[in-house]
Ligand binder design. Structure first.
Ligand SMILES: [Zn+2]
Length: 132
């Protein structure tokens, strides 16, 4: 069975607070965002799955000079935000905002910390972030 899902419908599911990926029925690889062809074995025999939204922090950066969208959301030199790479329990890795750390002491942020998904409503957008 092939999967019929566009990147826009992936983000529509994020707005419903669901994280959808695909699982290859031939080799078992899990993809995020969903794919129509497995990047490991080139199979199109994929199925949609909902990911649990749990993982571990692999890398991070504290951002003092954010994008204009983040400045509009209230972030900046005096109120930095954290972005990082999360390895989900199902295997895929993704970049996302990371919440729940004291950013005045970034040396205390530990790689390997368990994080859980958190959906943030910001204007008309729903952002998939992670919380320590
Ligand atoms: Zn595969």
């Amino acid at each position: 069975m092939s999967v019929n899902l566009t990147i826009n419908s992936y983000f529509d599911e994020i707005k419903k607070k669901k994280i959808l990926g695909t699982k290859c029925k031939d080799c078992g690889r899990i993809h995020l965002p969903p794919r129509v062809i497995c990047d490991q074995c080139k199979s199109t025999n994929l199925e949609l799955i909902e990911l649990a939204g749990e993982g571990t922090l692999q890398a991070y950066s504290v951002v003092y000079v954010p994008t204009s969208k983040m400045i509009a959301a209230g972030f900046g030199r005096e109120n930095p935000n954290c972005v990082g790479i999360v390895k989900l329990s199902e295997g895929p890795m993704m970049s996302a905002e990371i919440h729940g750390f004291d950013l005045s002491k970034p040396e205390n942020i530990k790689i390997g910390t368990t994080v859980k998904s958190k959906f943030i409503e910001r204007g008309e957008d729903v952002i998939l972030a992670f919380e320590a």
